[in-house]
Design a protein around this ligand. Structure first.
Ligand code: 2F8
Ligand code: CA
Length: 331
């Protein structure tokens, strides 16, 4: 490219301007012309001018950009700070409403508590009164029960004493009556016995004090002996009196023989086969008997001397059957 001189460039530069403006500049030339006033006219290099122009444009852009950025920031900030108070006001309103509601609830609650307190106080008072009444009644009842118990105990003690006395008297009178009855019975039997027309016992049976006795001729164990007597409408001898004991002793003549006593049901509890109470009759145990030797002695024998010994029921001894005598019929 061909470089023109500064005057030419300047000319070209001015030629780019509108014609009207050029004319204005041309019209100003005689008095205030730049060429005339400025000694630098036509000497300023066009490159510097362009650089200055570019720098100024750049600066303008920078300034403008900064201004825009600042403005945008400020406007955003302003919009935010404007939105926040609105939210805060709304929240404040909500809180105020809630506070108002809470206040109301608080008032209601206070009223309810007050009512409850009053009811509680009344109830407590009532309970106290009832409690005092109840305690008094309970105390009275306790006293009554105590008195009743005391009375009952006294009555019970009296009753027990009377009952014991009556029992003793009854036993005494029963024994006396039995003795009288026995005596009369014996006298009658004896009278009958002496009467040749009277036969109180069957043949083979011996009469003694109102009863008939048969002494066995063989030996059997206790159960077989017992059965034999039953089969003869009799039972193994029951010894109730000294006389009977003596009669039995005289009859056996030193031979061992079963009698109608056993503790087969309960060890040590002796029972007569006809139901006579063994506690009401005299016992004629040999010394040291009964001893339930080897835990196997539940039937009673009369030893050689007539004294009693508990022995194994399986042993074979002779035995005596007993039965009531027939009433004497006189023709
Ligand atoms: O010493 C008394 C005792 O004698 C015998 O035992 C060794 C009698 N036993 C028999 O007769 C089987 C016991 O009954 C008696 O107590
Ligand atoms: Ca024995």
């Amino acid at each position: 490219m061909e470089l023109k001189n500064d005057d030419q460039n300047f000319e070209e530069f001015h030629l780019d301007q509108p014609r009207g403006d050029r004319k204005k500049q041309e019209n100003l030339k005689p008095e205030h012309s730049v060429q005339a006033a400025d000694p630098m006219r036509g000497k300023c290099p066009p490159l510097v001018f362009y650089i200055l122009l570019g720098v100024s444009i750049l600066l303008s852009v920078v300034v403008l950009g900064t201004a825009v950025i600042l403005f945008t920031g400020v406007s955003e900030k302003t919009s935010l700070s404007l939105a926040e108070p609105r939210t805060n006001i709304s929240q404040l309103e909500d809180i105020t409403q809630m506070l108002s509601k809470m206040k109301m609830s608080d008032t209601d609650l206070k009223m309810e508590i007050s009512q409850l307190k009053s009811t509680d106080s009344e109830l407590f008072s009532e309970m106290k009164t009832s409690g005092v009444d109840f305690k008094m009644e309970l105390s009275q009842m306790k006293q009554n029960v105590s008195e009743l118990f005391s009375e009952m105990k006294t009555a019970d003690d009296d009753f027990k004493m009377e009952f014991t006395q009556l029992k003793r008297k009854f036993t005494e009178w029963s024994a006396k009556l039995a003795a009288i009855e026995n005596k009369f019975q014996q006298q009658i039997s004896d009278l009958q016995q002496n009467d040749p027309r009277c036969t109180p016992c069957a043949t083979g049976w011996r009469y003694f004090e109102g009863k008939c006795y048969q002494f066995s001729e063989s030996s059997k164990n206790w159960h077989e002996a017992n059965l034999d007597c039953f089969s003869k409408q009799s039972y193994l001898i029951v010894i109730r009196t000294n006389q009977q004991q003596n009669f039995m002793k005289a009859t056996i003549m030193g031979q061992r023989c079963w009698i109608g006593l056993n503790d087969l049901t309960v060890e040590g509890q002796w029972n007569w086969v006809d139901g006579t109470d063994s506690k009401a009759t005299k016992m004629f145990w040999a010394s040291g008997e009964p001893n339930n030797e080897r835990n196997n002695e539940h039937c009673v024998e009369a030893r050689f001397d007539g004294k009693w010994n508990d022995a194994p029921c399986t042993f074979d001894f002779r035995w005596i059957c007993e039965r009531p005598s027939f009433p004497c019929v006189t023709n």
